[in-house]
Design a protein around this ligand. Structure first.
Ligand SMILES: [Zn+2]
Length: 81
């Protein structure tokens, strides 16, 4: 519960998790900034700093976004393009 002077512990924990995930997704996005056209719609791996630490991350870039899965912690998702 918020005390009116800031975030509750639960809220802080929530927003920190969002921040970590957003940062990791930014790293993945950055790693894909210079890929060639042939790499779209193919599955390959990049090494990035994920929420779990340095990790190999599988990516599948599409024009509308990038599908990814961390091979270290198993988290998967889509980064909107
Ligand atoms: Zn991970």
């Amino acid at each position: 519960m918020s005390n009116g002077h800031g975030l509750s512990e639960e809220e802080q924990d929530f927003f920190e998790a969002i921040d970590r995930n957003t940062m990791a997704e930014q790293h993945i996005f950055d790693a894909l900034s210079d890929i060639s056209d042939e790499q779209y719609y193919t599955l390959f791996e990049v090494e990035v700093e994920h929420t779990c630490g340095p990790a190999q991350v599988q990516v599948y870039p599409e024009r509308a976004g990038t599908l990814y899965r961390c091979l270290n912690c198993g988290m998967a998702g889509i980064i909107g393009g």
